[in-house]
Design a protein around this ligand. Sequence first.
Ligand code: S3P
Length: 160
Amino acid sequence: MPVVLIGPMGAGKTRVGMRLAASVGASFIDTDARIVERYGPIPEIFAERGEPGFRELEREVVAEALHEDAVVSLGGGAVLDLDTRRDLAELPVVWLRVTPQAVASRLAGGGRPLLVDGGIEAWRRINAEREPVYASLADLTIDTSRRSVARIVADITGRF
Ligand code: S3P
């Protein structure tokens, strides 16, 4: 049975997912990493195909990942797709939240095309738009702002 991690950019989905998978002896899939392996860097995909083109590739990679018995971390916008939401309704879903204050330093590395122009203000706007969707899909919600990865993993394994 997979566990799926959703939430905004910088919430810690990849770091938590890797540690969670290791702690339960499951394999780990990061859908962004899979997209990069197959199609190249995300900023290049956005530049060449636009966001709609990226979402098409993402939908395909996510659908495949959700059928594997793994811990799966989804890109922040994957939940925009209605088929993906339908798949998620059947699975244990953890929403990793984070405050704008805590996220600012985590996003400093770049590589996120949606934040190139707007930075943290863009993050706030995008996160506010998506929060109702994350909330509607989540079986468990964890704020990662002030918790260690080990603690977050323990909270998830204690629940599922
Ligand atoms: C996106 C989040 C990114 C990546 C892409 C778009 C989004 O993933 O899929 O840049 O729309 O929120 P992370 O949430 O892993 O940063």
